[in-house]
Every structure is written in structure tokens, then in C-alpha cells.
Design a protein around this ligand. Structure first.
Ligand code: SAM
Ligand code: SF4
Length: 472
């Protein structure tokens, strides 16, 4: 049944992003003392979500010495709260038709240079087969905004993904990055069993927003700003926020992400499940060189500051960034990365054709999943494909990791080990398996003796014997 796109309705909606107040905080907190900065870092290490004044102070602590202390604080927080596991996922572009005209995006309707394509269901199946056969378990499905991609279509494509089984594997969690829906639309999509629904505001700065989104439904700032409220009202309690960094001053956007977080906490008692901070990348037929951008150094600062400011939320870093930068940033707080990504529509199953012509922008990190995994292990991370929490109804998992003492040790690390072992049994190259098995041994050595370790050891044996999808 076709529902069509929702009717954009901003009646009664107000912005919860106080632009003047943000600029005032950024002004008032200039030149902070090292003592004040340390005090704030300590408050974060004590697991408090920071206040806007405190985040602004960290943003203004921009001397190299202070920045180093912020990086160090973020590294420590990440280790204390999340341990050394990194959750892996892949993006899957379902279609690049779009009726919006976002100036930075290759998919905008005025771009003649992009080849338009929507996967048919058999083509979607081929993509899933290719992804499952590489070892993926978690996907984010990405859609343009178009009457063909209404809530029913999103629902049906999610169902199609879950219905696929290939060899020993299947996709176990499907997240969505798509246009904001109305409440009924969100309810329908939720009923397909989605994980997180992500909507990036792109820029929280209204004047910039207006200029960057001249036409189409996305031109309504407030409809988008309140999109995740409607998702929450529809029962989707894992929502992902984000800003496209580089369109305007990153300091403003980072502050606004905190205000959005506080708004969700106040209204729904739960902050965002994830925060994303994609940086603007070159796109086919699109001139992205005129934007203010964000330097690598400031980008690192913004990630560390977000980590400290919202300690309970998962941070996502994508293949838009280079390998070197990703390796560095992973250490201070990122908990999820994509790997082996291809963002051309249909690109996973039709390798080597001109899929870039159907891509939204250009990726920097072109490593395969296997290579990323090997390098993660070499750097003492434990790759995870875990979907346990969400399937046991423990939604808001990052909140629990953070709030429940021992949660990571009890659930996350063992589940990372089991899902990673599955990967090695079924998909990995011999080189990666060698490095990966050593990493699993290291993890077991780090676990205290006791019931949990015994259970994990038992399940490791079961996976080696062919059992799959075991989790705590
Ligand atoms: N069409 C939906 C929307 O706009 O919300 C969802 C998918 S859109 C394809 C996913 C995200 O890609 C956007 O929210 C935007 O942040 C990001 N994006 C768009 N153009 C980009 C570019 N040139 N470089 C990096 N990220 C970009
Ligand atoms: Fe369309 Fe999304 Fe690209 Fe905007 S960012 S042009 S809405 S696909």
C-alpha cells in the first residue's frame, strides 16, 4: 500500500535551539583557567552529562596543552565506560532519488550528474547476500527523500533485509537514516523491527539551514528538528542525532547537539542513542569547497568534547574520514564505525562498475571489513557485531553501559567475543584469524575468574562447534 510522504506540518512547533544563548556561552567562557577545565573533565569522568556552559568552556580551552588534557580525559572516559570494543556496521544505500535540494549533497534533485537508482527487491537481496557473505550483521539503510520511499517502502525493505539468510549468517540489526516521518509513519517503520532511527539536522543554525535547503520538504527546519520527537512518540526509543560538520561554525553545531540531547532527555527521559558528526566531503557535481569546513585538529577536539559532554551516548565515526584520523579518533570515544563501506546504490553486489556515479559523496577509508578488523585487533580493540541488547529488549543500550556498573564486562565484552569469533569462523582471512584469536585470548586473560568467564569459555567452544547467534 502506498502512503506517500507525510504532510509537513509545523503548526505549534518551536525551536529548542537557543541560538543567542549558544553564542553568549561561547563568548562568556573565553580564556578558561586550566583549573576550571580540569574540574569539568573530572565532572565528566564522574559520569555527569555536562551543561552548555561547561561544553563551551571546553570548546574555548583551545591551547595545545589544554586540548591535550581534553583528549586524555576523553580517552580515559572511553576506557572506563566502554572498554576497548568497537561495534562494526555497514551503510546500505537503498535509493538516491530525492526531491530535496540540499546544496552539499550529490543526490539533490538539481544535480544532473548523478545517475538515479532505486534497488528493486531482488537487487536488495543481492546486496544483502554480498554483505552477509562478508560477515556483516548490522546495517544502516539510507534513503533519499522521495514519494517512492514512504514509510511503507521503508518498512518493506527492512522486512526484506531481515528475511534473508545466507550460509551461517543474517543481518540482525537494521538501523535507518531517512527523512523525518509523521507519527503514523514512524509507528509503521518501528513495526518492522528497526534499531535506531537517525535524522541529522545538518545545521542547527537557522539562517544557514535556510540557505542550504532551498526547496522540498527538508526546507522546513522545524519539521526536521522535531522529527525525532515524533519518532519517540511513536515508540522508537533509540534515536540518533547528528550535524553535518563544516556547513557553519563547528562550535555552534557541537553546542546545538548538546541542546538537542538535553531536549530529548527532558521530554523523553532518555537522550539520543547515538550522535554522528559527518564532515562534509566532495560530491559528484557539487562544489563543497566554499564551506567553512572543520580542520582535522578541530575535528578531533569536537569528538573529544562530545565524548566528555555526553558520556552515555554512542559516537559514530564513518569512512568519510581517513584511516589515520579514524585510528586516532577511535581512541577517544568513538564506539561504532562502519567498515568495508560502499555508498554507491547497488555497489556491494556489482563491484567494479561505475557505482560512484550513484554515490552521494566520496569516501576516504577504502579498507575492507577484514582489513579494518585486523588493524583493530593489532591496536588492541575487540571488534563487535553484537546485537544482543536490542534483541533482548534492552534498548538504550549505551545508557546501560554507562549507568549499570559492570554492564560492559557482563554483557558487552562477552558478546563482542562471541560475535567476533563467529566472524572468524565463517568469514575472515587466515591472517586476520591469527591476529583475532590472539585478541580473544587477551580478552579472556583480562576477565576475572568466575561464573561469567566459565560461561563464556563454554560458549566459545559451542561457536567453534558450529553454534551461532549466542549472546548474554
Ligand atoms: N535523505 C535523508 C536525509 O537527508 O536525512 C537521509 C539520507 S542522507 C543520504 C544521509 C546524510 O548524509 C545526510 O543527513 C547528510 O548529513 C550526509 N551528507 C550529505 N551530503 C554529504 C556530503 N557531501 N558529505 C558528507 N556527508 C553528506
Ligand atoms: Fe536528499 Fe538527503 Fe541528499 Fe538532502 S541529504 S539531497 S534529503 S539525500
Amino acid at each position: 500500500m502506498k502512503r506517500g510522504l507525510p504532510k509537513v506540518n509545523v503548526e505549534g512547533l518551536k525551536s529548542f535551539i537557543p541560538e543567542d544563548e549558544i553564542f553568549q556561552w561561547l563568548e562568556k567562557t573565553k580564556n578558561p583557567t586550566p583549573e576550571r577545565v580540569r574540574e569539568i573533565i573530572q565532572r565528566s569522568l564522574d559520569k555527569n552529562r555536562l551543561e552548555p556552559e561547561e561544553m563551551a568552556t571546553l570548546i574555548n580551552a583551545d591551547s595545545p596543552e589544554m586540548a591535550e588534557e581534553i583528549f586524555e580525559g576523553a580517552r580515559e572516559l572511553k576506557e572506563r565506560v566502554y572498554g576497548n570494543r568497537i561495534v562494526l556496521f555497514a551503510p546500505l544505500y537503498i535509493g538516491n532519488e530525492c526531491i530535496n535540494n540540499c546544496q552539499y549533497c550529490g543526490f539533490r534533485c538539481s544535480n544532473q550528474e548523478v545517475a538515479r537508482k532505486t534497488l528493486t527487491m531482488p537487487e536488495l537481496d543481492n546486496e544483502i547476500e554480498a554483505l552477509v557473505n562478508r560477515g556483516h550483521k548490522r546495517l544502516i539503510l539510507v534513503y533519499g527523500e522521495h514519494p517512492n520511499y514512504d514509510a511503507q517502502f521503508i518498512h518493506d525493505s527492512v522486512k526484506e533485509v531481515y528475511a534473508q539468510k545466507h550460509g551461517n549468517g543474517e543481518i540482525r540489526r537494521v538501523n535507518i537514516n531517512a527523512a523525518p516521518l509523521d507519527r503514523e509513519g514512524f509507528e509503521l517503520v518501528k513495526s518492522a523491527g528497526i534499531g535506531t532511527y537517525q535524522i541529522f539536522q545538518e545545521t542547527y543554525h537557522q539562517a544557514t539551514y535556510k540557505q542550504q535547503h532551498p526547496s522540498g520538504p527538508k526546507s522546513e527546519y522545524l519539521w526536521r528538528l522535531h522529527g525525532l520527537d515524533r519518532a519517540q512518540e511513536a515508540g522508537i526509543d533509540d534515536v540518533g542525532i547528528g550535524a553535518l560538520m563544516g556547513l557553519t561554525d563547528w562550535r555552534f553545531e557541537t553546542m546545538a547537539l548538546l541542546y538537542h540531547t538535553i531536549h530529548l532527555e527532558e521530554r523523553f527521559n532518555v537522550g539520543p542513542h547515538t550522535i554522528s558528526f559527518p564532515r562534509i566531503e566532495p560530491a559528484i557535481g557539487t562544489n563543497t569547497s566554499d564551506y567553512p569546513g572543520v580542520s582535522d585538529y578541530d575535528f578531533k577536539r569536537l569528538v573529544a568534547i562530545l565524548r566528555l559532554s555526553v558520556p552515555y551516548t554512542g559516537l559514530i565515526l564513518t569512512c568519510r574520514e581517513s584511516v589515520e584520523l579514524r585510528n586516532e579518533i577511535i581512541k577517544f570515544g568513538v564506539s561504532q564505525i562502519d567498515a568495508g563501506s560502499d555508498i554507491g546504490v547497488g555497489a556491494y553486489s556489482t563491484q567494479g562498475d561505475e557505482s560512484y556515479k550513484k554515490s552521494q559523496f566520496v569516501l576516504s577509508d577504502g579498507r575492507s571489513l577484514d582489513q579494518v578488523i585486523r588493524e583493530l585487533c593489532e591496536a588492541d580493540f575487540i571488534p563487535s557485531f553484537c546485537t544482543g541488547c536490542y534483541r533482548l529488549g534492552r534498548t538504550g543500550e549505551h545508557f546501560m553501559e554507562f549507568a549499570v556498573p559492570g554492564f560492559v564486562k557482563r554483557f558487552c565484552t562477552p558478546n563482542a567475543v562471541l560475535t567476533f569469533l563467529e566472524y572468524m569462523e565463517d568469514y575472515s582471512s587466515p591472517e586476520t584469524k591469527k591476529v583475532g584469536m590472539k585478541q580473544i585470548e587477551r580478552e579472556l586473560d583480562r576477565m576475572p575468574e568466575g561464573d561469567q568467564k566459565d560461561k563464556l569459555t563454554e560458549r566459545i567452544e559451542q561457536v567453534k562447534q558450529g553454534a551461532r547467534d549466542l549472546y548474554f
